[in-house]
Design a protein. Structure first.
Length: 220
């Protein structure tokens, strides 16, 4: 008797049962999607937290007046810009900077730099803005100050690029660019004519001190 009543009820309410089944399946699917979304968000947060603990690495190299920037780290970089350029005349006899100029101002260079990506910056326009006259017994030093952000949390970082510019003795209108952040390249370039390597190291340190006293308080 009970079985017959159940079969009759099921027969009379088949549409309702099917509708309820569809609703339950829909709710289960929605819950699964929500769970997946929550898991994805959790993974995203975890990834950002992990990346926020990793220092970005902006590698630099020079080829003549071309500065090549490379994301040599494992996290993405955003908003690469130049924020200052420094020029300084270094007296090779007294081993002191006797004249300098600091030009501040943000110039966007690259919005995004993914891992292993590179891009080039022409240094010539920066030199023209702060160029010092050539003088015997001195060397003209320059420093480009770059600022960039870690993509995960947009924390700011600064990269200092010191280099030397001199006239080519074989072609008076041409310039020789030599990085001071890679002293081996200075030796290869034959610029020891400005003094021994110790003198060049002193010049670089004084140039960096100019950055610390004239730019660093405002670089961030």
């Amino acid at each position: 008797m009970l079985d017959e009543l159940i079969r009759k009820w099921l027969s009379n309410n088949l549409d309702l049962i099917q509708a309820l089944a569809v609703i339950i399946q829909t709710l289960i699917a929605a819950f699964m999607l929500w769970t997946l979304a929550q898991n994805a968000e959790t993974l995203s947060i975890t990834r950002r937290q992990l990346e926020s603990s990793i220092e970005p690495v902006l590698d630099v190299d020079m080829f003549g007046p071309t500065l090549r920037l490379r994301n040599d780290g494992t996290v993405a970089i955003r908003r690469v810009e130049s924020i200052a350029v420094i020029s300084a005349k270094f007296d090779l006899n007294t081993r002191e900077i006797i004249e300098y100029e600091v030009l501040r101002g943000g110039v966007p260079l690259r919005d995004a730099l993914e891992t292993s990506e590179t891009f080039d910056v022409d240094l010539s326009p920066y030199i023209q803005m702060v160029r010092l006259a050539e003088a015997a017994g001195s060397a003209n030093l320059y420093c480009l100050v770059l600022r960039y952000r870690r993509a995960a949390d947009m924390k700011r970082f600064v990269q200092i690029v010191p280099f030397l510019v001199a006239k080519d003795s074989q072609a008076s209108t041409a310039d020789i660019y030599m990085p001071l952040f890679n002293m081996a390249r200075v030796t290869e370039g034959g610029l020891a004519a400005f003094g021994d390597m110790q003198v060049i190291e002193v010049a670089k340190q004084q140039l960096l001190e100019l950055y610390r006293t004239k730019v660093a308080p405002e670089d961030l």
